[in-house]
Ligand binder design. Structure first.
Ligand SMILES: NC(=O)c1ccc[n+]([C@@H]2O[C@H](COP(=O)([O-])OP(=O)(O)OC[C@H]3O[C@@H](n4cnc5c(N)ncnc54)[C@H](O)[C@@H]3O)[C@@H](O)[C@H]2O)c1
Length: 378
């Protein structure tokens, strides 16, 4: 099976879908890799490093795409890339189909099998392929470094001859994969950490990392598959009211609360930011899906009365070596489900293959995309 790896072209994207380190594992499964020159350059993987591990470097992009059985990418391919793929070939990426319905239509029309890692079922067997989790690990870690860099205070407590410096108070809202990594990182830097999540299971996870769980008099909001469910505006209003004093007392607030496929809930309003001490910092990891903080803008740092509000975008890309390393491992594991005896042969009886498949052989298999396209959205 021939896999193609392109240079990512999305603005600020520095990751690559396959790093040289995983080529031996792929080869052992009967998978050959061809890369576009410079595919790994922004993740510090040179063409020579790929060639040394057995990849072919193909300068002609059209040939690369036409000869691939499977194109692997981090971000959704461009429409032009999709048009240049061979009919009947496949794509593995974080497609976000509902945000890329034009691409979904193109894949369906051209008989391309599209697999979206952001649709991966959250089951134990899929953990090694879970790109959302691997990238959220990077994001949670980086969020704390951004906060520490921006905060005009120390994170750890210091007892010095000139006096005692108290530790920074960090509040983490949303204790999923990114939130738990943020808690662990803030604890390593010596901060006092408090955290809240609407899922009850998060309580013990937060405590096991040495942080306190903020108890609010609210009902748990558990949905399917261990995710939070979408919350009513009434619930969110009550949550904001109850959490306001925690936000005001914090030096750093890191928000990570997202609901898959939906707009992020507003957890921190402008009046709540106004109650924070000048010099405090908010890092909003949900900025790209509407923002957990009312003020945040994706990719921007705003000054709100002395409080810096970081609306981060594609944070995983800011640490491209390890983000790509983890993503490549996810891809290699996933490709193992698509290949049989060295040929592309997806087994749709496998719930991971079926769950991630958006289109196959001209069929639109992803129900939410089908609904959106039938509803006339684009
Ligand atoms: N393969 C697996 O078994 C697997 C892999 C990864 C994650 N998971 C589980 O999936 C769940 C979600 O993880 P994720 O990191 O993808 O989450 P996510 O990115 O979808 O959301 C981040 C967190 O925000 C929380 N949240 C939502 N609304 C909130 C609100 N109003 N206030 C506070 N918090 C709010 C969610 O409960 C979640 O913990 C977790 O239970 C995680 O352990 C399972």
């Amino acid at each position: 099976m021939q896999v193609a790896v392109l240079r990512e072209v999305a603005p600020l994207e520095r990751r690559v879908a396959v790093v040289p380190d995983v080529l031996a594992k792929l080869k052992a499964s009967g998978i050959d890799v061809a890369i576009e020159p410079g595919a790994g350059a922004s993740a510090f993987a040179s063409d020579d490093a790929y060639a040394a591990k057995g990849a072919t470097v193909v300068a002609d992009r059209s040939r690369l795409l036409a000869e691939a059985d499977v194109l692997c990418k981090v971000q959704a391919p461009t429409l032009e890339e999709a048009e240049n793929l061979r009919e009947g070939s496949a794509v593995v990426s974080c497609l976000q189909p509902l945000a890329n319905l034009d691409l979904v239509r193109t894949y369906q029309r051209r008989g391309i099998s599209a697999f979206s890692l952001d649709l991966l079922p959250r089951i134990s067997r899929a953990q090694s392929m879970d790109a959302l989790s691997s990238q959220a690990t990077v994001t949670g870690y980086r969020a704390v470094l951004i906060a520490a860099e921006s905060l005009p205070r120390f994170f750890p407590m210091f007892m010095t001859a000139a006096g005692t410096v108290p530790p920074a108070k960090v509040l983490v809202l949303g204790a999923g994969v990114a939130g738990l990594q943020a808690i662990a990182t803030a604890r390593r830097l010596g901060a006092v950490v408090r955290a809240y999540d609407v899922r009850t299971a998060a309580r013990e996870e937060v405590r096991s990392l040495g942080a306190s769980f903020v108890e609010l008099e609210l009902e748990a909001q558990e949905g399917q598959g261990g995710y939070a469910r979408e919350q009513s505006e009434e619930f969110l209003a009550r949550q904001r009211e109850l959490i306001a004093k925690e936000v005001a007392a914090a030096d750093v607030v890191i928000t990570t609360a997202a609901i898959p496929g939906r707009r992020a809930p507003v957890l921190v309003t402008a009046p709540m930011v106004a109650e924070m001490r000048p010099g405090s910092v908010i890092v909003d990891l949900a900025a790209e899906s509407g923002g957990n903080c009312e003020l945040s803008e994706p990719g921007e740092v705003l000054d709100a009365g002395g409080v810096s509000v970081h609306g981060v975008a594609n944070l995983a890309s800011s640490m491209p070596i390890h983000a790509s390393f983890l993503y490549s491992r996810n891809i290699a594991e996933f490709l193992g489900l698509l290949v049989k005896d060295g040929a592309f042969a997806p087994d749709f009886a496998d719930e991971i293959v079926a769950g991630t498949c958006v289109t196959h052989a001209g069929e639109l298999r992803h129900a939410a995309s089908r609904d959106a396209l039938q509803g006339g959205a684009s």
